[in-house]
Design a protein around this ligand. Structure first.
Ligand SMILES: [Zn+2]
Length: 67
C-alpha cells in the first residue's frame, strides 16, 4: 500500500489518498484534487514532484510515515 498526503502537495488539507501502487495513488490524488480542490489536472511538470511524495502507507514501515 502506498499513500500520498495532500499536505505534501502544498494544499492546506489533511486528506490522504491510498492505493496499491504509485499509479493508483496518483489517480486518486488527481480525483481528490479535482473534487476537493477544484484542480482539473496536475500540470505535467508537477507530476514527477508528486510522485516523489508518494510513500509507503500505514501497513508499511511506520518510520516511513515521517510524522
Ligand atoms: Zn486535499
Amino acid at each position: 500500500m502506498r499513500e500520498l498526503r495532500c499536505r505534501d502537495l502544498r494544499f492546506d488539507c489533511d486528506g490522504v489518498v491510498r492505493a496499491n501502487g504509485e499509479e493508483g495513488v496518483l489517480q486518486r490524488a488527481a480525483e481528490h484534487a479535482r473534487d476537493v480542490h477544484h484542480v482539473e489536472q496536475f500540470p505535467p511538470e508537477q507530476v514527477h514532484e508528486i510522485r516523489a511524495q508518494v510513500r509507503d502507507g500505514a501497513d508499511g514501515n511506520p518510520a516511513a510515515r515521517g510524522a
